[in-house]
Design a protein around this ligand. Sequence first.
Ligand SMILES: [Zn+2]
Length: 321
Amino acid sequence: MELSTFAKCIIVLVGSNFASGAVHDWGYHHGIDPEHWKNEFATCGGKQQSPIDIKTDNVKFDPRLRKFNFFDLILHRDVKVKIQNNGHTVQVDMEDHTIKVTGGGLPGTYIVEQFHFHWGSVDTRGSEHEINGKHFAMEMHVVMHSDRFSSVSDAMNITCGLAVLGFLVDVGRENPYFEKIISHLKEIDHINKTVTLDKFRLASLFPRTDCYYRYYGSLTTPMCYESVIWTIFKEHIYISEKQLNKFRDLGKIPGSEDMINNYRNPQPLNHRVVTTNCIESFSSVCAEGWKTGRKRRRCENYAKIYLRTILSLSRPIFHRR
Ligand SMILES: [Zn+2]
């Protein structure tokens, strides 16, 4: 049986937040590579690691997962941000440390601290999460910490201390909202370079956020603490090839090899269950092995009755394409 969010989030220390000197030596293509992180950082070899490959046939509908409340994020239209090249990614730090996110099945209020990106050298890879074995060109992570803690580093070794909003990015039309970040990438062409924007609205980057996947996992970089409530939105973000190439250009500079193909491969799901707030098919609520023939039809009939009851009680979002 799936544990409730409350049960999963009983405070447990999942590692020391003391960062040893070696933590700076990890990398994607130099230093300690992702396949060897677990040798140096034991927490990277845990049983609830991220990212994962989301097999949509195995995703379970959870009527307790409600819509996110991004009202505060939408209200913060003109936030001062600092864009930095940290040698592993382009990270955008919010100078205003009061932006709250609630709802979305989170066990309380979470504060947005930063967002960053993972991208590939070709359009068919770059994202960390996969959907049914498929990679995407890029992934954006909005990193938040529980308001019970003062920062991501304070919360990152406590169960459910962090919540990350993951957005998969596809190549398509030019995205004018991303241009505000991308137009400054050439100014941060070396590690530790930063540039400050006086007015930025993070909500402008978000696609529709009605439907999402939920699971419990880890940071995708050392120390890989298993402290993260993960949300992967079903709706993707689109940016143009030309815009994506500006990110890729950062990885072509000598000494900046980690600024491209900067993603970790999917980790074993083990006994975890991925849930969703949107129903894609009634069979998504049927048990494994009940997906064919008469058993499937019987299960779907039960599921329809069950869902009708749940829908009338809690009115979750009913998603149809
Ligand atoms: Zn990330």
